[in-house]
Ligand binder design. Sequence first.
Ligand code: ADE
Length: 244
Amino acid sequence: MRVDVVTIFPEMIARALDFSMMARAREAGAAEFAVHNPRDFATDAHRMVDDAPYGGGAGMVMKPEPLAACIEATVSAEGAAVVLMTPQGEPFDQTRARRLAGLQQMVVVCGHYEGVDERVRETLVTDEISIGDYVLTGGELPALVLIDAVVRLLPGVLGNESSVHEDSFGDGLLEHPHYTRPAEFRGMRVPDVLVEGHHAQVRRWRRKMSLLRTLRRRPDLLARAALDDDDRELLAEILAQQVN
Ligand code: ADE
């Protein structure tokens, strides 16, 4: 997948892409990254990328010409998504991450100031995404959140492919708890079922904990999850026992 980021703070994005999973994705040849600055497409003497809003009011608006030229110079693949990061966008979730991971190219546009000129949004943007109901000063951190969530789903990026499926939200539920050595830490023991390691029992325990955790923390997710008869049996057990 090709990932392009349109930002007036290119270093902020370029540095972050040099670490962890994103660096691994590039090394594995699963993703290719490029960063573009609309300022390089500004034609006036001061290379302005923002201007005062028509109609007055506080804040500045990203000017259409440099931003449009930058986006147009960047889109290359058929069916590429041009994603604008904005608090007015649709909420980001794992389903959307999976959909974007299937594309050949994703161009992520980082909004700034009060926003981008509406005509750019209307003509060049294909998706508008928010990472949550709070306002950040710019789209750079949201862009990095989005890119991380998408890139880790690309084939060959995670060492263990199955960990993608076992993630929280992979099946619409939160993940079960995890333990590693030692078997006892500050008087707290690892559950016997995990130490004993009978696969079927471990799988059942994990599923039950996953259901319990989702029931307690995110009943909204549980209501939407695709549950089978075994899950319903486990849930009945949970409700009967009120397991911790
Ligand atoms: N830009 C500023 N706040 C944002 C948010 N919550 N999500 C996406 N982009 C943003």
